[in-house]
Design a protein around this ligand. Structure first.
Ligand SMILES: *Cc1c(COP(=O)(O)O)cnc(C)c1O
Length: 373
């Protein structure tokens, strides 16, 4: 039986192994373990790739979100609006500041945050709104930003959208965004890493200061910072993989198009709903997520059968934030965010990575068709 993982990190490593070993030797020779030349070069290169003026490397994506929120002025007791259907870290970063996550529903087709719902949830206590560029597709951030009241900042969760644009705009440009280099992300380190992206020099300086034990005299914020820095060894890995990221994203797009074609019959039969891309988006397909519908076995049964056949199908994410015990204190119940809840019950992520072959995709679709019977 051929195993097909959800993400093939071994194949990704094989492409950069020699470069990474040579880079590790450079870092060891320089003993540049935190910060240093490799980190500076990576920050410069990634800012260029991401289409922003500044990239500040930090310890992980959750820290990047927290730092971007803090730099945007979010404090204890403030409200921060975010979608109910996201990875728990989006809400976790808000909670760690002592701010209150205010959850809103998603749109039924793309599962991106419902902007009107976000605007409706915005009030005098709101300090920030956090759209999540889910699965590699940018939410309509520019439209949202234009309609937000002056006291509300936009902080983008770009953990899944490395290289994605919407109407030519990159996450963080004209504002601030956080990304994650968790190993399974489109650009993954060999451990934890993340970054804050912005065009604003002052915000970038503030993030850098907060992430390095707090402000210097130069910065007006009189707050205790913490330690969230990027390691030299991780920067070596990230530089090696960054050189291949554009090609990797293009390969993901080609693989997504191939899934669309291979799954057309199942979609026409009403057994799966294929992912949709909004006009103007350059999608980077962090995940290829279908929805299991119609009569027949449900999502959990289908996922179980795929996994039993060695196909690494996943669910991103099975429980919306408002139904997790960690956020039960927000006082929500099932039914509050119907689109997010329905998606959580139906979504299924199929294996997708730049090196996936047409044969592997055919095998995934054949196994899925059997599982749906
Ligand atoms: C991965 C991810 C994060 C958190 O990143 P870490 O590096 O794991 O802390 C936040 N938000 C979203 C949407 C993510 O996918």
């Amino acid at each position: 039986m051929n195993q097909i993982p959800l993400v093939d990190l071994k194949a990704a490593h094989a492409e950069v192994a020699d470069y990474v070993r040579a880079g590790f030797e450079r870092v060891l020779a320089a003993t540049a373990f935190i910060g240093g030349e490799e980190v500076r070069e990576f920050e410069r290169e990634y800012a260029g790739f991401a289409g922003v003026a500044h990239c500040v490397g930090v310890a992980n994506g959750t820290d990047a979100l927290e730092l971007a929120l803090r730099a945007s002025g979010v404090e204890v007791g403030d409200e921060v609006v975010l979608p109910a259907n996201t990875f728990i870290a989006t809400a976790g970063a808000v909670a760690r500041i002592g701010a209150r996550p205010v959850l809103v529903d998603c749109l039924p087709d793309t599962q991106l945050m419902d902007h009107q719902a976000a605007l409706d949830a915005t009030g005098p206590a709101t300090r920030a709104v956090v759209p999540v560029h889910l699965y590699g597709q940018c939410a309509a951030t520019a439209e949202l930003a234009a309609r937000l009241p002056g006291h509300v900042r936009l902080v983008e969760d770009a953990a899944q959208s490395q290289g994605a644009t919407r109407d030519g705009r990159s996450p963080g440009s004209g504002g601030i965004a956080a990304t994650s280099f968790y190993p399974g992300k489109n650009l993954g380190a060999y451990g934890d890493a993340g970054a804050v992206l912005t065009d604003d020099e002052e915000l970038a300086g503030l993030v850098r200061s907060l992430a390095n034990h707090g402000g210097t005299a130069k910065y007006r914020h009189d707050v205790a910072g913490f330690n969230s820095r990027l390691d030299g060894l991780q920067a070596v890995v990230l530089r090696a993989k960054l050189a291949r990221l554009a090609a990797g994203n293009a390969a993901r797009r080609a693989a997504a198009a191939r899934y669309d074609a291979l799954l057309a019959d199942l979609a026409a039969a009403g057994r799966v709903v294929l992912p949709t891309t909004d006009a103007g988006n350059v999608h980077v397909w962090h995940l290829y997520v279908v929805r299991v519908t119609g009569a027949g076995p449900g999502r959990d049964e289908v996922a179980g059968k795929l996994n039993a056949e060695g196909i690494g199908a996943g669910v991103h994410y099975p429980v919306p934030v408002h139904l997790t015990p960690a956020f039960s204190h927000l006082g929500h119940r099932r039914g509050d965010f119907p689109h997010a809840e329905q998606a959580a019950d139906r979504i299924l992520s199929l294996p997708l990575y730049p090196q996936i072959t047409a044969d592997q995709q055919q095998q995934v679709v054949n196994t899925l068709a059997d599982a749906l019977r």
